[in-house]
Design a protein around this ligand. Sequence first.
Ligand code: NZQ
Ligand code: ZN
Length: 382
Amino acid sequence: MENFTAYNPVKLRLGKDIVHELGKSVQKIGKKVLLIYGGGSVKKNGSYDDVMGQLKSIGAEVYEYTGIQSNPLITDVDKAAELGREKNVDLLLALGGGSVLDTAKVTALTIPVDHSGWKFISGEAVAKKGIPIISVLTLAATGSEMNMFAVVQNPETKEKKSVWSPHCFPKESFMDPKYTLTVPKNYTGYGITDLVAHSLEAYFGKGGSSLADRFVYSIIAEAQEYGPQLMNDPDNYDLRAKIMLAATYALNGTTIIGKAVGDWGVHAIGHVLSVLYDVPHGASLSIVYPAWLKFQMHKLEDRISELGENLFNEPDAEKSIAMLESFFESVESPVRLQDLNIGEDKRQEIIEHLVRNKATGNVHKLKDEDYEAIVDLMYAAR
Ligand code: NZQ
Ligand code: ZN
């Protein structure tokens, strides 16, 4: 086991109508609120009306920054920060999925400074403070509601990268599974894929922790049992709640306890697909994971076999990867680039961007010459 520090200050509140408590929480921080959300979904699932009702009840002064897109942009962060600075807001209220939460996180770091939020992502600046954030989550996937990471992309440099800062932790996160009932089937599946991928990034990280491994198996077992059920019964509140909780715990520190660091190489490759072809995050991961595992087989066979035994009762590493792939398909997440109509004419472009972005893991380092084989596996016949 590695030396280890656990820290997670987020007050998590999950349950039906939990947003009725929002006003009190906002009031404790301040009155001037910058509300950030995406396109129209929050107006259809009732969350916008509930949130506005709460803000009205405490007489909050509300400014809105909207239109955050999936695979969020640094340009929106900078514009939202400008508005926040101009109005001197007390807090940010993020209403939506991971893209909205991540935008709010980087905006929180950017409001107090006079440069683009990208400097925090590129590593040119380190955040010394942040505006407080409260989140109301409407999509189960990223775990952003209970972690200190944020991922945004830069349309100019064609990079998608993350920042982590203790100032990115939301003060509180409100999670009412009923808001996720309207999440379309494709994003429901991608969210399930994402939570499995987060567990695996921890599993293939540095250090041995049997307890962390058992958390990984349990979280993935939830996805295995309830993911396909939810795909067939998307209006089921209890199934939505189970997946929501599993997604939060897949990336709130639980799966990494006693370990030094997760790998995150699969995410780095997935981000390149997202920035090039606007691939939804979870969809990129179900394509990259099988390819990455096959590529790492010579080095990680025992570890993959242990995973297979625990998840599928299948000790053969190759068969385990095939079963993981079938699981991704069972939640309607793509497993080859062709499934997203990304033809082989894009092969070279993808390789070039992987090299340029140095898309590698923290532990299992990839060399420039490795990408060809990985990309070929993402195109391989089934
Ligand atoms: O824009 P709207 O209209 O809100 O539509 C959104 C969006 O089109 C829609 N949606 C959200 N809640 C809904 C809903 N539609 C109907 N009903 C609802 N209740 O879903 C679409 C996708 O939303 P998005 O926020 O992009 O999805 P997700 O939560 O999967 O977030 C993905 C982003 O998070 C990053 C990803 O890279 C990606 O940019 N990640 C963040 C992480 C973190 N902060 O810890 C870790 C992850 O590995 C990931 O990288
Ligand atoms: Zn992810």
